[in-house]
Unconditional design. Sequence first.
Length: 210
Amino acid sequence: MRIGELSSRTGVPVPTIKYYVREGLLPPGELSSPNQASYEDSHERRLRLIRALLEVGGLSVAAIREVITAVDDKDKPVHKLLGTVADQLVPSTGRDESDAETALARTKVARLVADRGWAVNPGCRAGEALASALAALSRTGHGRFEEVLETYADAAERVAAADMAFASRASGREDLVESVAVGTVVGDTMFAALRRLAQEDASARAGATP
């Protein structure tokens, strides 16, 4: 197909497609003449993945390039590929925290991971985000909220199992990455909304208790 048809089928403007090619996110089309290139279904799938990571995942072009590189590295195990995606989906705290609260929080996170036998990379973004949240609780005098950490971890394990079961139905590496990226971002929103609904119900039930 020509680039115009690719644009029509994906909803991505032609200049944006050319930009993705220049940035190395999308392979160039096969030249059929000096000024014409032909594109395949694989380009359409790649554009869908890029849009999902950009519009749903909120990733930067640099982060998307890192994910795309992992997708194209056929020697990279699926587990490590998903780890790359997961890391990019967790916002960086943007702070180089080395205070006492953060140091203690990192120790607590490491203990939680070890006690549960979770196979995660030390210093991963998710672990750092959790440590940052625990440190913030401590600084603001709400450290007792850590009492629910184990309950949250139990729920997280069940949700993660559901996520992996959903992702296992993907066909191919790109579809897998798209499923994980979209599922994680949208899943976070869904879980937060479900939590609010459950909180409202729990509050109503508590208020109705004599």
